[in-house]
Design a protein around this ligand. Sequence first.
Ligand SMILES: [Fe+2]
Length: 127
Amino acid sequence: MTQRLELYKCRICQNLIEVLNQGIGTLVCCDESMKHLEEHLAPNDNPHFGHLENMDDITKRIYFNHVATLEHHFEFIEVISNDKKYVKRKFLEPLEMPEITFKCDCKEGFYVRLHCNIDGTWVTKFE
Ligand SMILES: [Fe+2]
């Protein structure tokens, strides 16, 4: 059974997918069950923790104190409303600064999720 917005990765070919509608089936790639990527809640002293900067009433920037090298970098960052109705995703190049800017009145609250090529999937929650 999958849940909306869960991430799954193929251990063989590295396909990475996000669930849009939940279902009862098992996700398979390269003839094997795909691995569910568990989310880790980032402590505020962790390089995968998102720092919030309010640029104006509705424009927000989330940045991370994380390296951006060919060997170790974020593959993408997502801003997700707490009700999971809205998602903004930014794909990052290996040397690109790990940050995302977005507009949101954010009445529902939101969280930020990222996928690091070495350390996996991390979440920072905002009210
Ligand atoms: Fe990392």
